[in-house]
Design a protein around this ligand. Structure first.
Ligand SMILES: [Zn+2]
Length: 106
């Protein structure tokens, strides 16, 4: 039997963790409106980036800030972006992201 190449020990750190369902772009729209923790974490990252690269300052304005964020599915590397229409599952600390397909499969 061939081994599924997407499996690479994730079950060790994803065992018994609670996963949160995230739907983009709605999740981003709400984060931007509420300036919630997700928005703040992107803001912190963006501000550090602009400190290092002042010519990227314009990206701190309004919704452009979302360009600083993207994640990949921990299994298949599918990309998650705030502007994409997609459904992902993530851990509470938002460290690990899993696409809908892999979530249903594993
Ligand atoms: Zn996936």
């Amino acid at each position: 039997m061939e081994q599924d190449l997407r499996l690479n020990g994730q079950e060790e750190y994803l065992k018994n963790v609670v996963l949160y369902r995230i739907v983009f772009p709605d999740f981003w729209a709400k984060a931007f409106a509420d300036k919630n923790e997700f928005y703040q974490s992107i803001l912190r990252y963006a501000e550090n980036h602009v400190k290092a690269f002042p010519n990227t300052k314009e990206y701190l304005e309004g919704e452009k800030i979302q360009l600083f964020w993207h994640e990949h599915c921990d299994f298949c590397w599918e990309k998650a972006m705030t502007s994409m229409v997609c459904e992902f599952y993530c851990t509470k600390d938002m460290r690990y992201w899993i696409c809908k397909e892999c979530f249903e499969e594993f």
